[in-house]
Design a binder for this molecule. Sequence first.
Ligand code: BEZ
Length: 219
Amino acid sequence: MTIRLGDLAPDFTADSTHGPIRFHEWKADRWAVLFSYPRDFTPVCTTELGAVAALLPEFRRLGTRVIGLSVDQADAHRSWQDDVARVTGCTVGYPLLADPEHRVARLYGMIHPNASPSVTMRSTFVIGPDDRVRLSMSYPASTGRNFQELVRVLESLRLAEAHEVVTPADWRPGERVIIDPSVSDDEARLRFPKGYEAKTEYLRFTPEPDLEAAASNGR
Ligand code: BEZ
């Protein structure tokens, strides 16, 4: 199955290092990151799991739950977590799903037969509070992911959700954002009291709006 942006993230039940998990129930109405990796006890994956563990406080700050998956069994995940903690200094404080029969992998298109028919690739999904897929990425087995990028994307998605803004190339939180082109100049003057700079009629930069202000405005 191919998952496209905007699709409902398929629900499933699977065993995990935290016991059986029903995905939508576990996620509830929060943001979530679901990522797969090829195998337990492999070098790049060890560094990836540690990197995600180190970012857990950031994901929590962004109201985001994180869950990993591979074709290994939950017992193998549990033994390997000790290696991850020893090598990276970070405890895997998030669940790892066991998908030995590739049930979840098939639902999410995590196995790419031309790359490797038997293991999950480095697939990543960001799923919104409405259970819709907001980002999907596939990385080759040879390249460990930059999980900081997910934090950056979540910051951008949350801003876009609260205000009618989008974020430019290489944007970092705190930098100026772009007013969505669907917003008229008259509306922009009302909605963005800090003002904006128009580079062209469709590219208008404004200081990053305040997420809390959006919440108190009921948006
Ligand atoms: C790794 O995680 O190190 C790895 C996994 C599959 C193939 C090659 C490397």
